[in-house]
Design a protein around this ligand. Structure first.
Ligand code: 5GP
Length: 110
């Protein structure tokens, strides 16, 4: 079970932002921006590369909703999904990072 599945199951607490039957958004425990939210599907798909176009489309729509819910649609924001080792993925459960709340630098290589 991934840490995000445990969050979905309520076994690990989270600071919830928005939820529906299929998706959950909550604040990242180690924020990399003034606003840092994770949007995840409740079912576990390992990463972006393995996700179906339908799931990705629904996750994109949910991500838009989350951004609007916290007002990031007005100021601007960034959506990132890390994939595999070089992508810096730590949790093997598809998630979009929603970052905002200030001007963001654009990283390349570590
Ligand atoms: P990744 O590196 O896989 O793209 O991102 C995983 C993210 O999950 C990291 O930004 C990390 O801070 C966050 N994270 C890991 N464990 C927890 C947790 O238990 N609760 C919350 N809210 N975020 C977590």
């Amino acid at each position: 079970m991934t840490i995000f599945e445990k969050i979905v199951a309520g076994e690990i607490p989270c600071k919830k932002v928005l939820e529906n039957d299929s998706f959950l958004a909550f604040y990242d425990i180690n924020p990399k921006a003034p606003v840092h939210i994770l949007a995840i599907p409740k079912i576990c798909v390992k990463d972006f590369h393995l996700a179906s176009p339908t799931l990705l489309g629904e996750l994109c729509a949910f991500t838009q909703e989350v951004a609007k819910h916290v007002g990031l649609d007005k100021s601007g924001y960034r959506v990132i999904t890390n994939i595999g080792d070089d992508g810096g993925q730590e949790v093997p459960h598809l998630h979009f990072h929603i970052l905002g709340g200030g001007k963001l630098a654009f990283p390349t290589l570590a």
